[in-house]
Write a protein that binds this ligand. Structure first.
Ligand code: GLY
Ligand code: MN
Ligand code: MN
Length: 434
């Protein structure tokens, strides 16, 4: 819990909304996994960004300038029997005491209270279309007010998408948020190193997954997304999830895994040899991908635009593909024709924050967005060679991605994930250390 952080986010949002506005944001619903077993509950990132409140069936309402308090939280009431079976609840008293709400009410009373909170406002900041049932309730509250308009009730006349404001705010990470991202990154680096040390021929992909998860949980974190552990040809499946095969001598293994710590994600990929020593062909591809990674990172600085690191990675990779004989032709033409896509089919990164693919627009007015201090992103070039007769056998089943997390600073960027080796020599040194 980090009450001061959430308070700053609410304050900033309310400054943008201004008096006359009301923000309504429900926590995401719980989901059933099978029969009466629920998935572990994780509120959506917008809700956590503003409240830190961890329970389902909650709604945050912000009314800037409201005399009786601007921050109102609706949540489940305390319930002795429910709490014996299903765990403790904060209740409205806890929302006031631990989450700094100005006012808190049981969620069951929301239909009676919310129209009154809306009554003196003009603009409703709410994102329609995420939760159909909740959309209906919001419309119901507006209609309740409309039905009372002859007795003088004032009905808000404008709906504004909350995403628009909130997601732009979330794109710029404060110093405290970067601190949490560093912690998530540091735990993730240790997890990757643990997997590298544990790896040997015959180990199953899920066993490396377990090593990763052990390190996350040991440090009070969880995963930010299910880990990808792909040996050999599996590394060429970008979102490989089965993690159920044995790792073979002479092959590479690609691990894409990141921790979530106090709501903030890391997203790291490393590729290393199952037996601790790269073959020449594997080394060539890893070194080329590494060059693309390092050159792309150099492009992360204020004033450059979002696409600069990707353009650089594509240039480095295409040139290398020609030098290795994987492509034939002139580099500029091959780039124009996107010939590199047969080996490099994804983009070089995405925003990173509370969500692994974090919120925030990549273009503004049809132009790539300029990078600014506080923006956090991944740099993740890769090369995926698959298993086809079209290529020489030495390239078969080589899939490589090298993914780091970076934050734009005033004069460049800070790499959060250099606590785990990525060059062939450093990886071999770690894997063979006694
Ligand atoms: N782990 C998902 C990604 O790298 O985008
Ligand atoms: Mn990523
Ligand atoms: Mn990743």
């Amino acid at each position: 819990m980090n009450p001061a952080l959430h308070a700053r986010h609410r304050k900033q949002l309310m400054r943008m909304v201004g008096t006359g506005g009301i923000v309504i944001l429900p926590a995401s619903p719980q989901h059933i996994r099978n029969r009466d077993v629920e998935y572990p509950y994780r509120p959506d990132s917008d809700f956590m960004y503003l409240t830190g409140f961890p329970e389902p069936e909650a709604v945050v309402v912000l009314v800037p300038g409201r005399d009786k308090g601007e921050y109102i939280l609706f949540c489940r009431d305390r319930d002795e029997e429910q709490e014996i079976w299903h765990g403790r609840r904060y209740g409205p008293e806890g929302a006031l005491k631990y989450f700094a709400a100005d006012d808190a009410f049981p969620i069951d009373d929301i239909d009676d209270i919310l129209p009154g909170l809306m009554e003196h406002t003009e603009r409703v900041y709410y994102t329609i279309g995420r939760d159909a049932l909740f959309d209906k309730r919001v419309m119901g509250w507006v209609n309740t007010l409309r039905s009372q308009s002859r007795s003088g009730a004032h009905v808000p006349y404008e709906f504004v998408s909350l995403d628009f404001l909130l997601h732009d705010m979330r794109l710029y990470k404060s110093r405290d948020e970067v601190k949490l991202m560093k912690k998530a990154a540091q735990i993730s680096c240790e997890a990757h190193k643990r997997a590298m040390r544990y790896c040997r021929p015959g180990v199953f992909e899920y066993q490396l997954d377990a090593e990763i998860l052990h390190e996350f949980q040991k440090n009070g974190a969880g995963w930010a997304y299910p880990s990808i552990v792909g040996g050999g040809a599996n590394a060429c499946i970008l979102h490989y999830r089965e993690n159920n095969e044995a790792l073979r001598d002479g092959e590479l293994v690609l691990i894409d895994a990141g921790a979530e710590y106090d709501g903030y994600a890391a997203d790291i990929t490393r590729t290393f040899p199952v037996n601790g020593r790269f073959t020449e062909a594997q080394k060539e591809i890893v070194e080329l991908t590494l060059e693309a990674n390092l050159e792309a990172i150099k492009q992360v600085k204020p004033g450059n635009h979002w696409n600069d690191p990707h353009d650089t990675a594509v240039k480095v990779l295409t040139k290398g593909m020609v030098e290795l004989g994987l492509l034939k032709g002139k580099v500029p033409q091959l780039i124009k024709d996107m010939a590199y896509k047969q080996y490099y089919m994804h983009r070089t990164g995405h925003w990173l924050g509370r969500d692994v693919h974090d919120v925030g627009d990549y273009k503004v007015d049809e132009q790539w967005r300029l990078l600014e201090p506080g923006m956090a992103l991944t740099i993740e070039p890769g090369m995926y060679m698959g298993h086809t007769e079209r290529k020489a056998k030495r390239w078969w089943d080589i899939g490589v991605r090298i993914e780091d997390d970076v934050v734009v600073t005033r004069d460049g960027c800070e790499v959060l994930t250099d606590g785990v080796p990525k060059s062939p020599s450093d990886i071999e040194a770690l894997m063979n250390a006694r």
